[in-house]
Design a protein around this ligand. Structure first.
Ligand code: GLV
Ligand code: MN
Ligand code: MN
Length: 410
């Protein structure tokens, strides 16, 4: 048996750290609001850095604010594990936080056990995974992996017009390290499923074989505001109507092309009054499919319909691409390490594809990567009621620990 093969995490410590982090940006409904590069995010970052230092990790922060805590051991590139601590505006306690805190817990157990590793182990917390405030999402891991420039990331603006560069400076989120400095030997991420499959099937684990393709758009429609009582329908240039038709068409398209989901998560009508025809409508579209060619077809149909619907109402349309990520297949060896780890605890993991985006899909571009999921009760996520039982959190962290050990001793 390999050294350390019987190690387990400290479940109480894992849960108590999750509780501590959930206090930062806590909302009255039991959720968390730690939007990227906000004051709450900075408080969470400071808490995490202090925890990493208390464990004895060497902390480095790069210019986009990604935080890395390394347990020095062996030589060569580290095994890396982590996730993110930013949340959506109406987030829960586990999305992202679990993956960071479980990796920290693994580092602490490995350090305290004194078990010999052939390579270092790095705990990562990537900036702005959510993209709820600044797009694209997975911003920190994209900059780390070199698929987004620091300048492009700094230039992204939130709905209030604040830029990433301004907010990183205002809240002192950045460090000195050049992004991409730490090239991992392998990357593993523990996350809650955020969907209903594991909970519905009564399974403890999902081994994630890949992530579906994701495309985000912002559509701005400009017509003419006018009186709601006096303007005959044929005179109207109703931007709101066009938005509604496009959103309904996106759902129909999703139903007709297998595996598709389509969401309009944000919409604004202007001037936004009961008796004024909307002169302007701005909304977002999130389109996803595990098959990139199917996603191409979804995008083609929705955009063709949008152009026709806008022209029919004499409304101008501007489309901005906010994010675009291809479907990703994870690495067979890292999947096998997670699978063997789960089986060593007597679990029969289910293989699955992630519906949500994750930093691991970006890290997969520069290192062998894979993920493990634990159940989300009723599949709720991006919701203050997001919940995973402590025993599942602990079991997930144990599977992560043994997979890290396997990868760091290989
Ligand atoms: C990230 O949470 C996503 O939108 O999938
Ligand atoms: Mn997440
Ligand atoms: Mn999320």
């Amino acid at each position: 048996m390999a050294a350390g093969a019987n190690l387990v995490i400290d479940g109480d410590r894992l849960v108590s750290r999750l509780n501590a982090l959930a206090q930062i940006g806590a909302t009255p409904d039991g959720g968390v609001r730690r939007l990227a590069f906000s004051a709450e995010d900075k408080q969470g970052r400071d808490w995490l850095v202090a925890e990493m230092r208390a464990v004895g990790l060497t902390v480095e922060i790069d210019r986009i604010g990604n935080i890395f805590g390394t347990l020095p051991a062996g030589e060569g590139a580290p095994v890396m594990s982590g996730s993110h601590i930013d949340t959506v505006a109406t987030g829960g306690r586990y999305d992202g936080a679990l993956g960071v805190i479980a990796a920290l817990e693994a580092a602490q157990v490995l350090k305290e056990s004194g078990v010999a590793l052939t390579r270092p182990f790095t705990v990562a917390a990537f900036s702005n995974e959510e993209g709820a405030r600044f797009q694209p999402d997975m911003m920190g891991s994209c900059v780390h992996a070199g698929v987004l420039s620091l300048d492009a990331a700094f230039a992204a603006r939130d709905a209030a017009g604040m830029s990433v560069g301004q907010e990183i400076a205002a809240h002192a989120c950045a460090g000195e390290m050049e992004p991409g400095t730490i090239r991992p030997h392998a990357f593993v991420e523990l996350h809650i499923e955020q969907g209903p499959i594991l909970d519905a099937e009564g399974r403890g684990f999902g081994i994630v074989e890949g992530v579906q393709g994701i495309r985000w758009f912002e559509l701005t429609l400009t017509g003419e505001p006018n009186h709601a009582g006096t303007t005959p329908l044929s005179y109207r240039r109703d931007a709101g109507l066009v938005a509604a038709r496009i959103i309904a068409f996106a759902r129909e398209t999703a139903l007709s092309i297998e595996g598709t989901v389509a969401t309009a998560g944000r919409i604004v009508f202007e001037p936004g009054q009961v008796n004024v025809v909307p002169g302007r409508a701005l909304f977002t579209l999130d389109l996803r499919n595990p098959d990139d060619s199917r996603l191409d077809e979804v995008e083609r149909r929705v955009m063709a319909f949008a152009r026709e619907a806008a022209a029919a109402e004499r409304v101008e349309m501007v489309v901005r691409k906010l994010a675009r990520f291809p479907a990703v297949a994870f690495d067979a060896d890292v999947i096998a390490a997670l699978d063997r780890s789960a089986r060593s605890f007597g679990h029969e993991p289910r293989r699955m594809v992630s519906g949500a985006g994750h930093d691991a899909q970006i890290m997969a571009g520069i290192a062998p990567a894979a993920m493990v999921f634990v159940p989300s009760v009723k599949g709720l996520s991006h919701n203050p009621a997001e919940f995973t039982a402590d025993e599942d959190l602990i079991a997930g962290a144990n599977v992560l620990l043994r997979a890290v050990l396997r990868l760091a001793q290989a």
